[in-house]
Write a protein that binds this ligand. Sequence first.
Ligand code: ZN
Length: 173
Amino acid sequence: MASTRPEVIADTTNRFESDIAPYLNPHTEDDCFEAILKCLNADATVPARRYTVFSEILENNKIGQFLAMTFLYAINRSNKLMESKHVTGDFPLLDEVGNECSICRKNLTKKVKGVAVRQYEIVEIFPSNLDDDTAVDFENAPAPPVKLDSSANQIALCRTHAEVYQAGPEVEE
Ligand SMILES: [Zn+2]
């Protein structure tokens, strides 16, 4: 609920203006803004008035404000789990676990009209974003690979267990 406080809104806007907007690729930034607007426009649950407000901010070339306001809007809406086709690059990770969640054995893909859709998320086995307390626990874990973002440190889990593990990773798990 912090995002409803005026000072948080102001801080978020300032941050997008100072730390994000200056670093966008000037050649493709408009493609990105357009994609955000299209996404809002395609969602029937987004009120037309909201869409107009956002597109007017963009029209006025207030990039930081546009990104901040769409960002704050997004985090105030409930998540929609969109089923999407799985990524070919994930095949080795799916193969490694026999296409099953290692925790609950649920299938990680399912066929919809002949197309395999993903039921999984790729998770870091040794989390790269541990807070100090959890980092202490993980000192006793098997040594992580040198590169935490390499596939050696990734595993495909069902969405539920991916979410649970990412929210509170435990060494034993
Ligand atoms: Zn699972």
